[in-house]
Design a protein. Sequence first.
Length: 202
Amino acid sequence: MALAANALTTVALAKVEIGIPSGDTSQDAIIERYINASSQHIETYLNRVIRFQEYTHYLTGNDSPSILLQQFPIEKPSAVYVDDEWAFVAGSLLGLTEYDTQYDCLLVRKTGYFPNKPRNVKVKYYAGYSATPPDLIEACLLMVVWLYGIKSSETIGVTSKSKVGDSVTFDSNIPPLVKALLDPMKRDIWVKAQLSSPISGG
C-alpha cells in the first residue's frame, strides 16, 4: 500500500512518533494504512479538502456581489462565468479585473452582482494548502499513534474495562487532543473566523 494523495503526514514522521527505528520497515504497511485512514477521517471531520488543487465548480448566484466558494483558502480564480442560460460561452466570461477575492474564501464581483439563479456561476480556481498546516500534521500523527496503540496494547484507546478484566471498549471517536487541534479548521468555524477578521485576499 502507498500513501494516498491526501495523506497529511509521512511514514518517517509516524515512525519517530511511535518509536520505531527508521531502518525497521516491518510496520510500514500498517502505518501507511493508518495514515491514509486518519487523513481521510480528518478531512471528513473538517468537511474540507486540504491538498492544494484545481477545482471547477458551478455555484448558485445570490443577488449579492460576493459568493462563498466551496474549498479554501483560495487563489484568485482563473476564470469566472456568469450565465443564466448555462452555456458558459466566451461572452459570459468575466474579465480578470471584474472580480477579486476576500477573506481567502469569497469571490467578489467588483461591479454588479451574481444573479439568483441555480448553478449560473462557473468558477475555475485553485484552493487548499501547498504545505500541510502544522496542526493538521500533528493531529494526523496523534491519530496514527492512537490507532497503532490500540493495535499494540489494551491500555491505549481504552474507555472502559469490566471489573473482571474480560472485556474492553475502545473509544471510536476522535481523541480530545486531536479534536482540539482540528476544530479551528472545521469548515464552518474557519469560514466564520475568516469573515470576522480584517479583510485578506484581493
